[in-house]
Design a protein. Structure first.
Length: 216
């Protein structure tokens, strides 16, 4: 079956497109039936599928991502070993709409913007009684990422808020057109403005959605 948004082939049994994250038709019914598979676990699996293993060259600050089985760096031609290289999980993210892509992609298929490298080690988590899910730089929180069975689903706007990581400091930015305010530690924050968040802060996407603890 092909995704009706991006045309990517969707493996049998998958609930989300592995390329663009769009829900497969009927996902809400499938989620209801899959009692042993938490909603947020589905979101996490979709994120992890976009990351690939690379051997990163550390010779003289080269930093080139080579195929995992490489013995010679494609960029600087140095021999690679365990002491001058490291294995890292890499993906790419659209800086405008927050879509994740496989590392070989260059531009966003949704909005045409350039993509930025992202490492799995830099991801943080939001944790609640419903479970936890990964957060990455430029991630956009919106209704399309949650099935309708998610608590408070109708109170989440199509594009509700985004997360930004600037040199290790995390921010949340509520979208100006979002219907309901975002709360940090039970206080509403101003739409359209960056608000710094720290480890242990409690985030709600509306008063009707679960509380999440920001864990960095």
């Amino acid at each position: 079956m092909k995704c009706n948004r991006c045309g990517e082939e969707i493996p049998e049994g998958e609930l989300l497109c592995p390329n663009c994250g769009k829900k497969v038709n009927g996902i809400d019914d499938l989620v209801g039936e899959a009692k042993d598979l938490a909603i947020l676990d589905i979101l996490n699996e979709n994120v992890k599928e976009h990351f690939q293993k690379f051997r990163i060259c550390k010779v003289s600050g080269c930093g080139h991502p080579n195929p995992i089985d490489s013995n010679i760096c494609e960029e600087c031609n140095e021999l690679l070993n365990d002491s001058n290289s490291e294995i890292r999980l890499l993906s790419k993210v659209c800086t405008q709409c927050g879509m994740l892509y496989r590392y070989e992609e260059e531009t966003c298929k949704e909005c045409g913007a350039n993509l930025e490298d992202i490492c799995f080690d830099d991801l943080v988590e939001l944790i609640s009684d419903e479970g936890k899910f990964y957060v990455y730089n430029h991630m956009v929180i919106g209704r399309k990422m949650f099935p309708s069975t998610f608590p408070g689903f109708s109170y989440i706007s199509r594009t509700h808020a985004r997360f930004l990581n600037e040199k290790g400091t995390w921010y949340i930015v509520p979208e100006e057109k979002s219907t309901n305010p975002v709360y940090v530690n039970d206080k509403p924050i101003i739409k359209g403005e960056k608000f710094q968040i720290k480890n242990g802060d409690i985030i709600q996407f509306s008063k009707e959605t679960p509380k999440f603890k920001f864990s960095s």
